[in-house]
Design a protein around this ligand. Structure first.
Ligand code: WQD
Length: 329
């Protein structure tokens, strides 16, 4: 299959591209390198021995997206591209709405124009907001608490309306929980520019001595040890979930949670990280971060039953692989 992967040089996109190439699929990447690096293309080749075709284009430029479809005629699309920093979305909402929505609309218009009907969309557990019951199931109420999450929910609605207007589209929406970890080669991983927003890349930098201390945002939540609980999923399991979705035989509009179904607190993750890597992570408890919720973890039964999705990797793997990821830069 010839698959167009938007954001294919990003954290989750690059791990998915590796698996596509290893499966013998042909991969076309569109990535504007706003939150990724060109060198990832070489690392993908080093891992797989194969080339992906790369376009450094911005999906907000319709003419560029159309050019790629005209030339490449993909069979399917996996759509990762988008701005994804929660805090930044609060301070720059118009940037987030313009970028994430316009890029998606351009992509979908080109899919319709070139009769490309299969898409897998990278959504997020953030569309659930503060969950009323746990584990979170796909039919849980949806409520977003920041512009980033709202763009994800709006795109889910756009995809739903598109399907209702034309049921020849085959649409899979994947709601991720907290992806962490890295490729076993140590060549691909999460390497955000600047100070990391997310927990694991921050822990890695503290363990490496690149940052002085981990600030744990609150230990007064109603959780096992007072710190925030999340469903951490290995990025390799997440990437595999996209391959299962792409090759899924059920046609229509489908929504799946991709998580492990297990909640882990910040302190539990820090202790596991220290243990498996034999390192010390200095931390201090500070006040809660605005917008954070206490506890969030998935029911992935639907993905398991319909896609055959299961998680192969453990929290130990996630901590080992995250620390092992070394970036030449
Ligand atoms: C995890 C836990 C923090 C950093 C976000 C997005 C979500 C998705 C994943 C894109 C929380 C605590 C964190 C730190 C800390 N992104 N923490 N100190 O907020 O669950 O989810 O990233 O799709 O949409 O919302 O992930 O890694 O930021 O936080 O104590 O320096 O770690 O309070 O309990 P989050 P996170």
């Amino acid at each position: 299959m010839k698959v167009l992967v938007t954001g294919g040089l990003g954290y989750i996109g690059s791990h998915t591209v590796v698996e596509l190439l290893e499966n013998g699929d042909e991969v076309i990447i569109i990535d504007n390198l706003v939150n990724s690096k060109l060198e990832v293309l070489e690392k993908i080749k080093k891992i797989t021995g194969k080339n992906a075709t790369f376009y450094q284009y911005d999906l907000c430029d319709y003419s560029k997206v159309s050019e790629v479809f005209e030339k490449e005629r993909p069979d399917a699309v996996i759509h990762f591209a988008g701005l994804k920093a929660v805090g930044e979305s609060v301070s720059k909402p118009l940037t987030y709405y313009e970028n994430n929505l316009l890029s998606t609309i351009n992509l979908l218009k080109c899919m319709a124009k070139y009769n490309v009907k299969k898409i897998v969309f990278s959504s997020s557990a953030t569309v659930y907001g503060k969950p009323k019951t746990l584990p979170i199931r796909e039919d849980a109420s949806l409520h977003t608490t920041n512009p980033y999450g709202t763009t994800k929910l709006m795109i889910e609605n756009i995809l739903t309306d598109l399907y209702n207007s034309d049921s020849s589209f085959d649409i899979t929406i994947l709601r991720y929980f907290n992806p962490i970890g890295s490729h076993k080669s140590g060549l691909l991983g999460e390497n955000p520019n600047g100070i990391p927003n997310n927990l694991m890349p921050y822990v890695v930098r503290v363990a490496r001595g690149e940052l002085p201390v981990l600030n744990i945002f609150g230990d007064d939540y109603p959780t096992i040890d007072g710190t925030g609980v999340r469903d951490y999923i290995h990025v390799l399991d997440l990437a595999h979930g996209h391959i299962l979705a792409l090759n899924n035989k059920i046609h229509g509009l489908k929504i799946y949670n991709l998580g492990t179904g297990k909640g882990t607190s910040v302190l539990e993750l820090v202790k596991m990280f220290e243990k498996v890597n034999n390192v010390k992570v200095n931390y201090q408890i500070v006040k809660r971060r605005d917008g954070d919720i206490a506890e969030c973890y998935a029911s992935s039964d639907k993905a398991k039953n319909e896609l055959g999705f299961t998680c192969k990797y453990t929290l130990e793997d996630m901590c080992l692989d995250s620390y092992n990821y070394h970036d030449a830069n």
